[in-house]
Design a protein around this ligand. Structure first.
Ligand SMILES: Nc1nc2c(c(=O)[nH]1)N[C@H]1C(S)=C(S)[C@@H](COP(=O)(O)O)O[C@H]1N2
Ligand SMILES: [Mo]
Length: 414
């Protein structure tokens, strides 16, 4: 069945055949409609609220907070999106992963300024109110930290949830002003080839970015999923470089300087460069590769019994749209093409799904995404062979989950 396309939405016939129709409890014939009165129908409900929050019954759906290494201040480190507790493609703002190099600054938008200077015809300074007068654009895009999934580089596979391993990844609708518009207003000097963007946090995080691409795809994001950016995501202003290394999406952005070359700032030499086995480091490896991960089932979940299940996961690529996601339930002997349900947008996560009839025997599940440019995912062995020991950036290898005969799921290196 290699490469066979899934025939589309599940048919009721298929579900009946696979026995899922028995998943609900049988209702005894003695039950009448009058007995079936939910308690909540008996009292008036709660009033309206000014800002909605999730159901108290979903209180376990939280970001996974915790630094994997000792940090200098409590605001330094990351929290991860609980991918395994969500569905669809858009990350709720309150669950967007966080990566702060020195905490979240408290910024009053009315005093914040953006400076564009360096190799420009005239330096420009903007207040946030001024930026809000410019024409806006919206796009759905993922942000993925370059260190995402790097824990899978460890010799022993971590037995933690899909969110804990792969949750330095979130996807939102971002709205703001095209960077190119403001660069053109400042006037790009012919010597300018790069720019450095700097944040106004205690880390003054700054990264060099090739100017032509920044002008083409960069967005000065002011809104996230319809509301103003959350402080954790860079309020009041962040740079969005869809599909590029998370680190380039400078939060609390206050300065863009046009330069003739990369600045080799601290954050692109001490970090975010990657040592190869030959001792030479790759620098400015800026676009996130094609990637996918099966989220249901994954570690922490149990497949209760043989029968029908839906395998589901996320796929994304910094190079464009996802073209296909193949899934194997037998460790790569045969692959089936999953259905991409819902929007398939460039530089955005998309959802793949595939029906699975589990026979109750041990099964090795993997997914492999290919994007529209033909980029695909390496095996873990192939990826590790290109890395010096301990190098964890841009880990996009195929994830392997072993479903054991008792239904438990293990992370395995194959
Ligand atoms: N100013 C500033 N911008 C920053 C960072 C930071 O610490 N300071 N972290 C970067 C890193 S490493 C990543 S992965 C993304 C994370 O964005 P998020 O916290 O909105 O998920 O922001 C980037 N922008
Ligand atoms: Mo990052």
């Amino acid at each position: 069945m290699a490469g066979k396309k899934n025939s589309g939405p599940l048919h009721r016939r298929h579900i009946l055949r696979a026995g899922l129709a028995g998943a609900g409890a049988a209702v005894s014939s003695g039950v009448v409609a009058a007995d079936f009165v939910p308690a909540a129908t008996q009292t008036p409900g709660k009033p309206m609220s000014t800002y909605g929050v999730p159901s108290p019954h979903e209180a376990n759906v939280q970001r996974i907070v915790g630094a994997a290494y000792p940090v200098a201040s409590p605001g330094t480190g990351s929290s991860r999106t609980p991918l395994h507790l969500l569905d669809g493609t858009i990350t709720p703002a309150g669950l967007h992963f966080e990566r702060h190099h020195n905490g979240i600054p408290d910024i009053d938008a009315s005093t914040h300024r953006l400076l564009i200077h360096g190799l420009v015809t005239r330096a420009l300074e903007f207040t946030v109110d001024e930026l809000l007068r410019y024409p806006r654009t919206s796009r759905i895009a993922f942000i993925e930290c370059a260190g995402n999934s790097g824990v899978n580089g460890a010799p022993q596979p971590p037995q933690t949830t899909a969110g804990a391993i792969h949750g330095l990844l979130s996807c939102s609708e971002w709205t703001g002003v095209k960077l190119g518009l403001l660069l053109d207003e400042a006037g790009i000097d012919s010597r300018a080839a790069w720019m450095i963007a700097e944040g106004s946090d205690a880390a003054s995080l700054s990264r060099s970015i090739p100017l032509a691409q920044a002008r083409e795809v960069g967005i000065l994001a002011l809104f996230q999923n319809g509301e103003r950016l959350r402080p954790e995501q860079g309020y009041p202003l962040r740079l969005l470089m869809p599909g590029w290394e998370g680190n380039l999406n400078i939060k609390w952005l206050h300065r863009i300087k046009l330069t003739d070359g990369p600045v080799h700032a601290r954050d692109e030499t001490s970090k975010y460069s990657q040592l190869q086995p030959n001792g030479i480091a790759r620098q400015f490896d800026l676009i996130m590769g094609a990637k996918s991960v099966i989220i249901r089932p994954s570690v922490g979940m149990t497949v209760p019994a043989a029968g029908f299940y839906e395998i589901s996961g996320l796929a994304w690529s910094g190079h464009g749209r996802i073209a296909k996601v193949e899934v194997t339930m037998n460790g790569g002997q045969t692959w089936k093409e999953a259905e991409l349900t819902g929007p398939v947008l460039p530089q955005a996560t998309c959802r793949f799904r595939l029906p699975w009839e589990w026979d109750g025997k041990a099964a090795l599940l993997q997914s492999r995404a290919t994007d529209e440019k033909g980029n695909t995912q390496p095996t873990r062995a192939a990826l590790m062979a290109q890395r010096a020991p301990g190098q964890i950036y841009h880990y996009n290898a195929i994830q392997s989950w072993q479903v054991m005969s008792d239904g438990a799921v293990r992370n395995v290196h194959v």
